[in-house]
Design a protein around this ligand. Structure first.
Ligand code: TXA
Ligand code: MG
Length: 349
C-alpha cells in the first residue's frame, strides 16, 4: 500500500517546486490526487497502462468504466484522437478550458485500459490552474476519474480525499479550488448527432446554442434496465451513494413540509432548500437556495457525505428543477437515491 504524501499547492506560480514534485511522481507512474474546478481527480499518466491500472485498484473501479484524459493545452488532443470534428473545435472555443468532456474516436496513443476497452476516448481541458500546471509539468496527458472510492460521492474537499484514499494513492495535492462541485458535462461526438451523457455546469441549453441539436441520453434522468446498451459505462453503476437511504421528492414547499411531517422519523433528515427551513420541524441540512443551482452543485456532495458523518439512516431530499445546472444536480441526486423518486401530490394514498 502506498505511503500517501500531502502536497499543498495554492498558487501554481509560487509553489512551483511542489507542482514539480507532483509531476515527478506522475512521470514515475505513480497516482496523485489533483484538484480540478469540478471535483478532485485521481490522476496517473494516461499513456502508461501500469500507472492507469493503479487508478482502478485504488478506487475499486470496474475495469470497463473508462477514464477521462486531461490535457493542459488544446493542441495536445490532436495525437489522442483520430478525428477532430468541427463541432469539437467549436465546443472547445466556447467552453475550454472548463468543465466539459468530449468523447471522440481514440488514437493508438491511448491504451485500452484507459478507455475501458472502448475505441473512443473522453478528453477534457480543465480550467483549474493547479491542475493545468501539474499536467504541463508532467509532460503527459493525465487519466483522472473522480478521486472517491467507487460508488461514493465525488470529493470536493481535501478531507473527502483523505477520508476515501489515504494509503491508497501516492500523493494528494491540497488546494481549495473545486468550485463547481459536480463533475464535468460529458458529450459524445462519435455518433450522427452529439449526445449529452452527463450534465454538468456547461448546460444542455448552452451546448445547443453552440452546436444546434444535442440529444439528451435517457440514462441522465431514467433508470436503465440491466441489459440495455449504454453509451457511457459509468451510467450502469451505482453512484454518489452515501450509506444513508436517499429519497428524492418533487413538489412545492408546502407539499414537501407536509410529507416530512408525516414520514420523517427519528434518525432521518431533510435535505432541503434554504426557503424550506422555516416550514420544517425535523432535523435538516440545507443545500442552497431553490433557484440557485450553482450553489446547490457546489455543496451537494459535501451534504451527502455529511449524512454519513451524522449517522443519518434516511434523507428526504427536496428535488431541484431539472433545468440549466439544476439538471446536473438532479442527475446526481436521482442516482444517490437509486432512482427512488416521489412526485408529491401524485403519491398513492
Ligand atoms: O469533472 C470531471 O469530469 C472529473 C474531474 C476529475 O475531471 N472526472 C470524472 O471522471 O468525473 P469519472 O471517471 O468519475 O467520470 C467519467 C465518466 C464516467 O461515467 C465514464 O463512464 C464516462 O465519463 N466516460 C469516460 N470515457 C468514456 C467513453 N470513452 N465513452 C463513454 N463514456 C465515457
Ligand atoms: Mg466518478
Amino acid at each position: 500500500m502506498p505511503d500517501t504524501e500531502l502536497i499543498e499547492i495554492f498558487d501554481p506560480q509560487k509553489d512551483f517546486l511542489r507542482v514539480e514534485r507532483a509531476a515527478a511522481l506522475l512521470r514515475d507512474g505513480k497516482t496523485v490526487i489533483i484538484p480540478t474546478e469540478t471535483v478532485y481527480g485521481l490522476a496517473a499518466d494516461a499513456c502508461n497502462p501500469d500507472a492507469v491500472k493503479r487508478i482502478f485498484e485504488a478506487k475499486g473501479r470496474p475495469q470497463d468504466n473508462p477514464l477521462i484524459v486531461h490535457v493542459s493545452d488544446f493542441d495536445q488532443i490532436a495525437e489522442l484522437v483520430t478525428v477532430l470534428p468541427d463541432q469539437a473545435r467549436l465546443l472547445a472555443e466556447h467552453f475550454w478550458p472548463g468543465p466539459l468532456t468530449m468523447i471522440l474516436p481514440k488514437s493508438e496513443k491511448i491504451p485500452l485500459v484507459t478507455s475501458g476497452g472502448l475505441d473512443t476516448v473522453a478528453v477534457r481541458l480543465p480550467e483549474n490552474a493547479v491542475a493545468r500546471a501539474i499536467i504541463r509539468a508532467a509532460g503527459t496527458p493525465l487519466a483522472a476519474p473522480s478521486a472517491n472510492r467507487s460508488g461514493s460521492p465525488s470529493p470536493t474537499t481535501v478531507q473527502h480525499c483523505i477520508d476515501d484514499m489515504w494509503g491508497r494513492v501516492d500523493a494528494i495535492v491540497a488546494s481549495n479550488s473545486c468550485t463547481v462541485g459536480v463533475e464535468s458535462t460529458v458529450i459524445s461526438l462519435c455518433g450522427a448527432q452529439p449526445v449529452l451523457l452527463r450534465p454538468g455546469r456547461v448546460t444542455l441549453e448552452q451546448l445547443r446554442e453552440v452546436v444546434g441539436t444535442v440529444q439528451l441520453d435517457r440514462g441522465v434522468t431514467e433508470r436503465l434496465s440491466e441489459n440495455s446498451k449504454v453509451l457511457s459505462p459509468g451510467m450502469k453503476y451505482k453512484h454518489y451513494s452515501p450509506r444513508a437511504d436517499v429519497v428524492l421528492l418533487n413538489g412545492n414547499i408546502e407539499q414537501y413540509a407536509e410529507y416530512l411531517m408525516k414520514h420523517c422519523e427519528n434518525g432521518e433528515y431533510a435535505v432541503c432548500f434554504k426557503e424550506d427551513i422555516p416550514y420544517l420541524a425535523v432535523p435538516f441540512l440545507s443545500y442552497g437556495a431553490a433557484e440557485n443551482h450553482l450553489e446547490q452543485a457546489a455543496c451537494i456532495f459535501d451534504v451527502l457525505r455529511s449524512l454519513d458523518k451524522l449517522g443519518v439512516s434516511r434523507a428526504y431530499v427536496h428535488a431541484p428543477h431539472p433545468d440549466g445546472v439544476g439538471l446536473a444536480v438532479y442527475n446526481r441526486l436521482i442516482r444517490a437515491a437509486g432512482f427512488e423518486v416521489i412526485n408529491l401530490g401524485q403519491e398513492e394514498p
